[in-house]
Design a protein around this ligand. Structure first.
Ligand SMILES: C[S@@+](CC[C@H](N)C(=O)[O-])C[C@H]1O[C@@H](n2cnc3c(N)ncnc32)[C@H](O)[C@@H]1O
Length: 258
């Protein structure tokens, strides 16, 4: 059975409640790795038009809107988006939400965004090339596409940790790097979430497709945990051995007509 985008969305619908409960401000990856990096890369967002593509429950939409940005959030899972809309109704911010597939956003106008960001979305998408085309169309000349995903070199169709008799992690296993396509990616038992559908592509695929869509890659970041994790969160120090995330800071090259 081939896994489809629809299967992926159903799984995100089923996981939405847990995601919303677990992946807020206190999530370590957000707090110590990704949020500071996102804010540093984007700088002053006041007055900027930002598309949060695959916005989930709207976590980043709210964070950036509170800093003065005008946000558009697009998300395919009705349940994930439901949490975003609920928060928006409770405490409105300058955010417009759409239930949509990010590979087709015809209701958004060409060259209207200063920033597009995908925070751990591209690996959950079937047609990522379609999404890159859309982001290229939607960004203004010189606009930023901030691409964050699970690192495709270390999360392949077969991956995990090889452990010794005592359960200590010896080294990371990665295999079938060139086996492109969907597979079911499990979450640790403590998350209580269904495996999600993950589409594997190679690093070369992603970079070359970004280049074809007229992006220049200005920076590559593989976030490393802060020193404090060694004492406070030693159980999460896997991330200091193998990077969980790949971040590409891309610039939309100048358009001829805008
Ligand atoms: C790991 S979650 C990340 C959510 C959000 N970016 C965040 O930072 O919390 C991945 C999200 O991508 C959404 N997604 C997957 N494929 C999508 C698509 N083709 N279009 C829009 N959203 C999509 C999923 O429904 C899910 O909410």
């Amino acid at each position: 059975m081939t896994l489809s985008q629809n299967d992926g969305t159903k799984r995100w619908n089923n996981n939405a409640e847990q995601w919303h409960r677990l992946f807020g401000e206190n999530d370590l990856n957000r707090r110590d790795l990704l949020d500071p990096l996102i804010l540093q890369v984007l700088g002053n967002v006041k007055g900027k038009q930002i598309l949060d593509a695959g916005c989930g429950d709207g976590y980043l939409c709210r964070k950036l809107a509170k800093l003065g940005a005008s946000i558009t959030g697009a998300e395919l899972s009705q349940k994930m988006l439901g949490f975003a809309i609920e928060e928006q109704e409770r405490a409105p911010l300058t955010i417009s939400y759409y239930q949509a597939n990010c590979s087709s956003l015809p209701f958004l106008l060409d060259s209207t965004f200063d920033v597009v960001l995908t925070n751990n979305v591209i690996q959950d998408m079937d047609d990522y090339q379609g999404a890159f085309k859309e982001f290229s169309r939607l960004l203004k000349s010189g606009g930023t596409y901030l691409h964050i995903m699970n690192h495709p070199c270390f999360m392949t169709p077969v991956w995990g940790w090889i452990k010794d008799d005592k359960g200590e992690k010896l080294y990371r296993k990665v295999d079938y790097y060139f086996k492109r396509g969907p597979f079911l990616c499990p979450w640790g038992p403590s998350y209580g979430m269904q495996p999600t559908v993950y589409w594997h592509r190679t690093l070369g695929d992603i970079i070359n497709d970004l280049i074809s869509c007229e992006f220049r890659i200005n920076k590559v970041i593989e976030p490393e945990p802060p020193e404090s994790w060694k004492t406070e969160h030693n159980d999460r120090m896997d991330a200091g051995r193998i990077p969980d995330f790949l971040v590409l800071v891309c610039e939309r090259i100048a358009k001829e007509k805008e």
